[in-house]
Design a protein. Structure first.
Lengths: 616, 296
């Protein structure tokens, strides 16, 4: 049962007042007797008439209490479901979204925030009526349904085996998923169990519209200080192809200064130990020159805090092999310069009029042109033609002020967009397969993803109608895009949950990927493998076994837990939603039934009886 | 509650006849041999004898002579006073309570006493009272006045409050006959308002019988719940929830009051009869006669 106007239940406060009135104001029956003399004397002798008596259980009191109770209930507009409403037994649907982000591994709550969240979610499940419909969602980088059905035992088992990951909680996608799972005709409820360590843009969900469900938040954890390695990157030293400079960013997410010791290892061997001092709330960039030939590096903050997972960051160092990039453009100068600056890039410029699909290019860049037949390999599409079928345009728009920037994206590493202006852009709808990297009111300005197994990035505006090419960050942006679309070998480091594209040659028979926490996945070799199960933080080992036998080639890539959002445990931020009506029934055949008319009728009946009793 | 139409039905008159016969027989037996009344109902001074003639009061017959001589002679008293029986009937509001009402019972008792007195050719006065003395019946004598007595009592209505002391003192001043018999039929309510009046009567030589009439509910009340008691005479209101302790104390007070009245009467030679309305009036009358020593 639920109440559409629960505030009316406040009228139940009248009940003790009615009882009190009956205790204070006694209804006495008049009795005539020959003489009150002896009664008065007895009363004086005994003196046993307390002013406040026990509540007299009279018919009048019982009737008045019943009337007040029924009236309060009727005004609260109770709604019954299931069998009572003449419907089937399934009267409600509860969706429990459990935050499985990296911050949930924090131990400020014993044993961990995630364990506490699991217990809270379990309590929610345990409190549901038997047979109630429940959906359990693990809220990680990619929200995943752990259970959907009406067996609470199985749901609780699925919850018990859930574990946190190394990435962020994609609340937006989780709510989109929940919205799509809303069951029509019954009462839906969404329960979010989270430490609410969200970024500002990740917490603003108002553009999702009004959810046809009651949304409740259960918060776990509290404000806690933390230190973390939030960024690692490596660049080739000038003039060298085998020596790298390591960049690490260490953050102090607390109200006090900290002086941690930072250790750097290359291929497992210590390179340097440095003690640093970081001011409250600040982040410090550190650099080291790595030994020649190092294939992987690791940065560690020594000491304990509540989230050890982000005290370590790893990355793989890229092998320097040349990559062939094809640029199809009538005016290639701007892009050609940026592409040529990429270390190891071999840029070929092709006029659109003479374009032929080239299967040997790592990335093909189409500028203001789209072919009929696409080449193999990754694609970067800049300023697609208005009449293209791939990204239908709704015209141009000048509302291009950058309003949405995914600062977490590797594509924007070291790219300063603060002074970038775009005078006009195509109004394009974000495809379902795509992730927006930069957006404006007009629509997405840079998006990427995997489309029909092809890595693809799109900038739906003319670079000449923007000052982006003149910005320092432009070549870095192009370089990041190319490396993202066609990573040579493996990426240095991957964000948790981001797919990794592995290119294997036709000679590879089997590819085995070992995950940091244990467990392995196998893939057939000879083609590009898109491996998306990267939410765990740590080092992923790749073993490529030749089809003809022989020793397997070993490689690795890293996923790190530390980030500006997940490592900052200080301020929980509750998602902002459009005003939702608690207890609202999703559109569909109504299953609940209001019973206030029956209650009102009962109250009226008792009122008539009460009048008769009082006046008889 | 008065029930005038059935106050003196045929059944009641038959019972009255039987009682009268019984009382005569008792009286006759009590005068044979050594039984003498402790209370003289006749004039005490003996002067002479004469033969019995029809119409003589057979109370004056000397049965000893008849036993010896088988001739009927009557004694002649020197003073040869006519004794009057005064029936004072409490007609205050407190008497109009109960089922049957005390007033109903009081009138039947008055009828019984009056009937016997008229059958014995005593002079009879029936004086009802409430806040004042009401118009009486009598003085009169003889069986021919029985119907008049019953009619008078039937039409009697209860009044308002009363003060028994005042009533008795007033009555004592109206009548100066020493030795007259007063039968006071009352519930003595309100309490503590009768002793002064009775003393005044005794000082004037009255013989008094006090019939203390009560309803069983006054001795053993069954009141329950939250009540407001209203005094029938004074209209005083008393809010009361009769819890056990209060009811027990009430009972105790009423019994003490009754015993106090009995003690007061006994010490002053007043015959005290405590009667409940559930008691047959014959029993009450016979009790009266026993009290007067007319029957063992």
């Amino acid at each position: 049962m639920s109440f559409l106007q629960p505030l009316a239940l406040g009228l139940l406060a009248l009940l003790p007042i009615i009882v009190l009135l009956h205790m204070l104001r006694v209804r006495r029956l008049q009795v005539r007797i020959p003489s009150t003399y002896f009664w008065a004397k007895a009363l004086r002798d005994i003196r046993d008439q307390p002013k406040l008596r026990r509540p007299p259980v009279t018919m009048l009191l019982v009737l008045q209490l019943l009337i007040a109770t029924l009236a309060a209930l009727a005004l609260a507009r109770p709604m019954v479901y299931g069998v009572l409403a003449g419907g089937d037994f399934q009267a409600s649907h509860t969706m429990v979204l459990v935050d499985a982000s990296a911050s949930m591994q924090a131990t400020d709550v014993t044993p961990s925030r995630f364990a506490s969240a699991r217990a809270q979610a379990d309590a929610v499940l345990a409190g549901l009526d038997p047979g109630a419909s429940v959906t359990l969602v693990r809220m990680g980088v990619t929200p995943k349904i752990l259970y959907a059905g009406d067996d609470l035992g199985l749901a609780r088992n699925a919850l018990a085996s859930a574990e946190p990951g190394g990435g962020f909680a994609n609340v937006r996608e989780a709510f989109r998923l929940a919205n799509s799972l809303v069951k029509p005709g019954i009462r839906n409820r969404i329960v979010v169990v989270s430490d609410l360590a969200l970024s500002a843009d990740n917490s603003d969900l108002r553009n999702l519209g009004q959810l046809p469900a009651q949304v409740d938040f259960i918060s776990v954890g509290s404000a806690a200080p933390n230190r973390a390695v939030t960024l690692v990157a490596a660049r080739a030293l000038p003039g060298s192809t085998s020596r790298y400079q390591l960049l690490a960013r260490v953050g102090n997410f607390s109200a006090d200064s900290v002086s941690p010791t930072v250790r750097v290892l290359a291929d497992g061997l210590q390179v340097e130990t440095r003690q640093v001092r970081i001011n409250p709330g600040a982040q410090l960039d550190l650099r080291w020159d790595l030994p020649p030939g190092a294939s992987r590096a690791e940065v560690r903050i020594t000491g304990d805090d509540v989230l050890p997972a982000d005290d370590t960051a790893q990355l793989g160092l890229p092998t320097q092999a040349s990559r062939r990039l094809v640029l199809v453009s009538e005016k290639p100068d701007v892009l050609r310069r940026a592409l040529a600056a990429i270390p190891g890039a071999e840029v070929q410029v092709v006029n659109p009029k003479s374009y032929q699909p080239d299967s040997g290019a790592a990335v093909t860049v189409f500028d203001n042109f789209l072919p009929e037949v696409y080449p193999q390999g990754a694609l970067l599409i800049v300023n697609p033609p208005r009449d293209n079928q791939l990204f239908p345009s709704e015209g141009d728009s000048s509302n291009t002020a950058l309003s949405r920037v995914q600062t977490n994206s590797r594509i924007l590493d070291a790219v300063d967009l603060s002074s970038v202006t775009i005078s006009q852009a195509r109004r394009v709808k974000l495809p379902q397969w795509a992730n927006e990297v930069i957006g404006a009111e007009a629509g997405p300005l840079l998006f990427e993803g995997i489309f029909r197994n092809t890595p693809l990035a799109v900038m739906p505006f003319n670079l000449n109608e923007s000052n982006l090419p003149s910005r320092v960050g432009f070549p870095i942006l192009i370089s990041n895009l190319i490396n993202h679309l066609a990573p040579e070998g493996l990426p240095q480091v991957t964000d948790p949950g981001q797919p990794v594209v592995l290119r294997t040659g036709p000679q590879i028979g089997t590819v085995t990927i070992q995950k940091p926490g244990g467990g392995a996945e196998r893939f057939p070799g000879g083609s590009a493998i898109v491996f998306a199960n990267t939410e765990e933080a740590g080092r992923y080992l790749i073993s490529e076994a030749p089809a003809s036998g022989g020793a397997a080639r070993e490689r690795s890539f890293a996923v790190n837990a530390g980030s500006d959002t997940e490592s900052d445990l200080r301020t929980p931020r509750e998602p902002r939603l459009s005003a939702a009506a608690p207890g609202q029934i999703a559109a569909g055949p109504p299953r609940g039934r209001e019973i206030w008319p029956m209650l009102a009728l009962l109250a009226l009946g008792f009122l008539v009886i009460e009048w008769w009793v009082a006046h008889r | 509650m008065s029930a005038a139409p059935v106050l003196f039905d045929e059944e009641f008159r038959k019972r009255l006849e039987r009682l009268t016969l019984l009382s005569r027989r008792v009286l006759a037996q009590s005068l044979v041999g050594e039984h003498r009344s402790r209370h003289r109902t006749f004039a005490a001074e003996f002067a002479d004898y004469r033969s019995y003639t029809q119409g003589d009061d057979f109370r004056h017959i000397d049965w000893n002579i008849y036993a010896r001589m088988e001739s009927v002679f009557v004694r002649l008293s020197e003073a040869n006073q006519d004794l009057t029986v005064h029936l004072l009937v409490d007609a205050s509001a407190s008497m109009d309570w109960g089922d049957p009402a005390k007033f109903f019972y009081a009138r039947r008792a008055a009828a019984a006493f009056g009937y016997m007195a008229l059958n014995r050719f005593d002079n009879l006065v029936v004086m009802p009272f409430s806040d004042r003395l009401m118009p009486p019946f009598g003085p009169t004598r003889g069986r021919g006045r029985v119907l008049g007595l019953l009619d008078f009592l039937t039409e009697l209505q209860p009044g308002t409050e009363t003060n028994i002391d005042t009533i008795l003192q007033q009555y004592s001043l109206r009548t100066r006959r020493r030795g007259d018999l007063m039968v006071l039929i009352s519930d003595l309510l309100p309490p503590n308002g009768y002793q002064t009046g009775l003393r005044a009567l005794i000082e004037r030589g009255w013989q008094i019988v006090l019939v203390h009439l009560l309803d069983p509910s006054e001795l053993d009340p069954t009141l329950r719940g939250d009540l407001e008691l209203v005094d029938l005479e004074t209209a005083d209101r008393l809010p009361l929830t009769p819890m056990t302790a209060i009811v027990d104390r009430y009972r105790q007070l009423v019994i003490e009051w009754c015993e106090e009245a009995e003690t007061f009467c006994r010490r002053r030679g007043i015959d005290y009869l405590r009667v409940q309305t559930t008691q047959p009036f014959e029993t009450m009358v016979l009790g009266f006669m026993e009290q007067r020593g007319l029957v063992e």
